[in-house]
Design a protein around this ligand. Structure first.
Ligand SMILES: Nc1ncnc2c1ncn2[C@@H]1O[C@H](COP(=O)(O)OP(=O)(O)OP(=O)(O)O)[C@@H](O)[C@H]1O
Ligand SMILES: [Mg+2]
Length: 510
């Protein structure tokens, strides 16, 4: 066979080059390098973005958490044990979304918005991103409308406003969940949608809470979003954002919503676990450097927004303000609020309700330490009548705390000090409140009035509870119109009526 000369060879090459047809196609695919405790490392996925959903086999999905030089760290949402080294995965270019809307009310759902209550699939019209940017300052409105909790000590001394973020903090078993539940139960017929987010609790506990909410009719306006202690850490980490997105949906449509995060300590633990597995550098108490950010980006989303903001979401149809009030819960150890996570969340929120084991054990329940609890929104979010009557109570209690240590020398004390101590004891007694026993504004107002105007002074301390019970009973039976008026507008002019009511009642009570 004749050899080809160089001229022919170059011609053939030129022809081939001319006819080359590059069929370029972007593929965001990768292969699993290793699988370890719910974390998958993947080679490839060159255009992966942070938070992107990655699809594995059998509808298992994961989220991109770490983008490194040679691999991508993915946290698997689901059964990671089916995933093996060498398997393929695919980027979707999408971020995580959850269902939102009125259809969720009355239901118990998981982090991805799937039904957990056995009442069938939830069909919502809309979905929304789980992580979003909080409304800017221009769209925010002053927090000056009260969210009535129905708990005497909170409404009178640590008032919460619509759109506020008030932390509930305390050791194990001091009644943190109970306060949050009472506040939810008190929103009955108040046009406030509640969301209870259970993070890292035992399943049996969550079931108990849902049963109680059902029993008190609160599930008619509540969504429970739960990720229990047995769920993967990623689910526990994401669940508060799911709840928040569901709440924001209502806020952005001119409604008022309340969200409870029970509790954020467990969310921080879950995040620490994921970060350590991803080999991110540990910082103080082994938490990663961005632990502050995970709580601030969540709580920043609670807010009261103005009409312009709502109009944006409703095509100008609705001209109303909306709000999302947040009650995060944090568990402390040994009452120490100076630990890492507690100080972080205290600095993010607009106040805290501090619960103490000592008080709880000595029978002061709710075990609120009034001295250490604050609401930075304060009086501007209180109804007029409670604001007027509540300030005296706070002052009396502050004086009482100062003098309390002298109480045991009662015989040696001057008359004024003795009186202040006696009145402080009575107010402390009056502020006790049983679980599932929330009160209306009108009821709280008359009790505060009675304490302010010394109607309790001649009543034995162990009779205060009975006095309160009888007074409320008498008041409800005979002054329905007045009570309705106070509950509707909370004006301070109604205080005038209390003198007569208490005078008649006191004569009967004797
Ligand atoms: N105001 C109250 N009066 C009487 N008992 C109460 C009151 N509040 C709470 N309790 C009781 O105290 C116990 C602990 O309450 P709860 O579960 O709310 O505490 P917690 O701080 O949420 O606990 P955990 O740390 O386990 O989450 C419960 O048995 C509850 O019934
Ligand atoms: Mg609890």
């Amino acid at each position: 066979m004749k050899d080809l000369n160089y001229f022919e060879i170059s011609n053939i090459i030129k022809k081939e080059i001319k006819n080359i047809n590059f069929n370029l196609e972007m593929q965001n695919e990768g292969r699993i390098i290793n699988v370890f405790d719910g974390i998958v490392r993947v080679y490839g996925l060159y255009s992966a973005m942070y938070g992107e959903i990655i699809e594995f086999i059998d509808n298992i999905i994961g989220l991109v958490f770490n983008i490194e030089k040679n691999n991508v760290g993915i946290v698997v949402l689901g059964d990671y044990k089916q995933l093996l080294e060498g398997m393929k995965c695919k980027g979707t270019g999408k971020l995580l979304k959850v269902p939102v809307g009125l259809e969720l009310i009355g239901r118990v759902v998981d982090t991805l918005g799937r039904s957990l209550d056995g009442k069938g699939k939830i069909k919502t019209k809309n979905t929304d991103l789980i992580e979003k940017i909080a409304p800017g300052v221009i769209f925010r409105k002053t927090v000056n409308k009260p969210l009535n909790t129905g708990i005497k000590a909170i409404d009178s001394m640590i008032p919460i406003g619509l759109g506020q973020r008030e932390l509930i903090i305390g050791d194990r078993n001091v009644g943190k969940t109970s306060i949050a539940m009472d506040i939810i139960i008190n929103q009955k017929n108040k046009d406030i949608i509640c969301i209870y987010v259970a993070i890292g609790q035992k399943k049996s506990n969550i079931v108990k809470i849902v049963k109680k909410l059902e029993e008190y009719g609160a599930m008619n306006y509540t969504i429970v979003v739960a990720s229990s202690a047995s769920d993967p850490a990623i689910m526990q980490y994401l669940v508060p954002y799911t709840g928040c997105t569901m709440g924001e949906h209502f806020r952005d449509r001119g409604k008022n919503a309340l969200i409870v995060y029970d509790d954020l300590t467990k969310q921080a633990w879950a995040y620490r676990q994921i970060s350590l597995l991803l080999k991110r550098p540990p910082g103080r108490e082994a938490y990663p450097g961005d632990i502050f950010y995970i709580h601030s980006k969540l709580l920043e989303r609670a807010s009261r927004v103005n009409e312009n903001y709502v109009r944006k979401f409703t095509n100008g149809k609705i001209k109303k303000t909306g709000s999302l009030t947040a009650l995060p819960i944090i568990e402390t150890k040994g009452g120490d609020v100076s630990e890492f996570i507690p100080t972080n969340v205290i600095s993010i929120t607009d106040g805290q309700i501090f619960l103490e084991t000592n008080l709880f054990n000595s029978g002061i329940r709710p075990a609120i330490n009034v001295g250490l609890s604050v609401s930075r929104v304060g009086g501007s979010a209180q109804s007029q009548i409670i604001k007027k009557l509540g300030s005296g109570i706070r002052l009396s209690l502050a004086k009482y705390r100062e003098l309390e240590s002298f109480a045991q020398f009662s015989s040696d004390l001057d008359e004024i000090t003795r009186k202040q101590i006696e009145s402080g004891k009575r107010i402390t007694e009056l502020m006790k409140q049983k679980q599932f026993n929330t009160m209306s504004v009108a009821e709280i107002a008359i009790l505060l009035y009675a304490a302010n105007k010394n109607y309790l002074d001649d009543i034995n301390i162990n009779k205060i509870f009975d006095f309160e019970k009888q007074l409320i009973k008498y008041y409800n039976r005979n002054y329905k119109t007045l009570i309705n008026l106070i509950n509707n507008n909370g004006k301070e002019e109604y205080i005038e009526n209390f003198k007569k009511i208490l005078k008649i009642f006191k004569e009967k009570y004797r």
